[in-house]
Design a binder for this molecule. Sequence first.
Ligand code: SF4
Length: 381
Amino acid sequence: MAGLYLHIPYCKSKCRYCDFVSFADCESMGEYCAALLKEMRLDAAALPKQAYDTVFFGGGTPSILPVGAVAMLTDALRASFEIMPDAEITIEANPGTLNETKLREYRAAGINRLSMGLQSTNDALLETIGRIHRYADFVQNYECARAAGFTNISADLMYGLPGQTVKDHLDAIETLYRLGLNHISAYSLIVEEGTPLYTDVTGGAESLPAEDDVYLMHRRGMEFLETLGYARYEISNYAKPGFASRHNLNYWENGMYLGLGLNSHSAMRINGSWMRFANTERLSDYIMSCNQGIRPLASEPEAIPRAEEMFETVMLGLRKTEGISEAAFRLRFGEEIEDVYPEALKSLATHGWLVRDNGACRLTDEGLDFQNEALLAFLPD
Ligand code: SF4
């Protein structure tokens, strides 16, 4: 299985908590899209042929692109890469940036999954974190997307926001359930240094909910989602049956992916070696490099040693509630997971953080809550 990721680093304005590589100044958007087309051809010529099962337009805000641009990029992807006929093709969209014309264009281009950055159904909370939209914008865009034929729609929710209560989070979940969302990603806010929200929080202008309340939002949110029929399949992701994100599952299975665009990352097996590479994060370098016919890599591709590939496979696989398939581990590495990590498996099982059943090693709910600590057991001494 392999995925293609395409990064669109533009947004209408910068959210107050955001430290991603994204720009509110869209002047270079045309040049950037032209560079992306060039990068597609450069990568297709340089890399081994590969069929891709998923495509993900991520950002930034891909839905900020003008009418026609997404269809043009999708056509170009198909011209350069083999995209499977049944590929899952997702576009991230922010409420307030969609309209009927764009949504119909996406459907006609074969995009079959929409991932909406809602974050909260409470307008006061949306304003606090500097989102461009209000809840009503989401509902309008969501209904428009359903009318355009989207049957697979996800929304992101955040918890732990300044001023947010446990009830706010549970209300948001219930609202999305009633609207008929197929998939919900629920993330805890991380206040990153250097962002306006960090300044507000450290300066006392905003205060975060108590740690215990944030934990309750996570626990009770998780239980409520499961009661409503959304199965937790990864630490922060919940889906109705058949709606888990195939693209993200591939990341957690440590599968191959090719990232196109600014600051995008890739992992691929090339001539038998597991290789990792990333594009530059400087916009001007990215555009210039593509224009000169040079792949816009930040550095030379790096071969990942086998022990590191094993650790990454475990680290990512244990994010999934179904854990790591022991047969898949054996197939990939020619060794049994219990022979590679005998002590880690034993000590985590003793803690009650890991179980082995149905041919898989997986973390328990408690183990998932302490995932970072649990993973330390797999690190070499
Ligand atoms: S929409 Fe996403 S990428 Fe854009 S500024 Fe907000 S958080 Fe950052």
